[in-house]
Design a protein around this ligand. Structure first.
Ligand SMILES: [Zn+2]
Length: 84
């Protein structure tokens, strides 16, 4: 019996990584807006939105980890170096 061939490109993993990137960007945008607001004398607005964005980022991260473990595509790609 031949060994299973390695996964060269996993589209689901790529999709999950894009989702993670969007979640991280959203979180950074909100945190930047909060910093700006505090500089303008406001008292830490956007707390709930930042907490929700942080949770979305974490969920996206754990979805990637779970997918890699289930699918076995963790060691065959270097996604952060992939062409966009
Ligand atoms: Zn995969």
């Amino acid at each position: 019996m031949a060994a299973a061939s390695p996964v060269i490109l996993c589209f689901e993993k790529q999709r999950l990584i894009k989702e993670f990137e969007r979640a991280v960007s959203e979180l950074h945008r909100m945190q930047s807006a909060q910093v700006l607001a505090v500089r303008n004398g406001e008292d830490f607005p956007f707390r709930e939105q930042i907490a929700a964005a942080s949770e979305r980022r974490d969920c996206a991260k754990y979805a990637i980890i779970a997918h890699q473990q289930d699918h076995g595509c963790s060691r065959t790609e270097v996604p952060w170096r992939a062409e966009k």
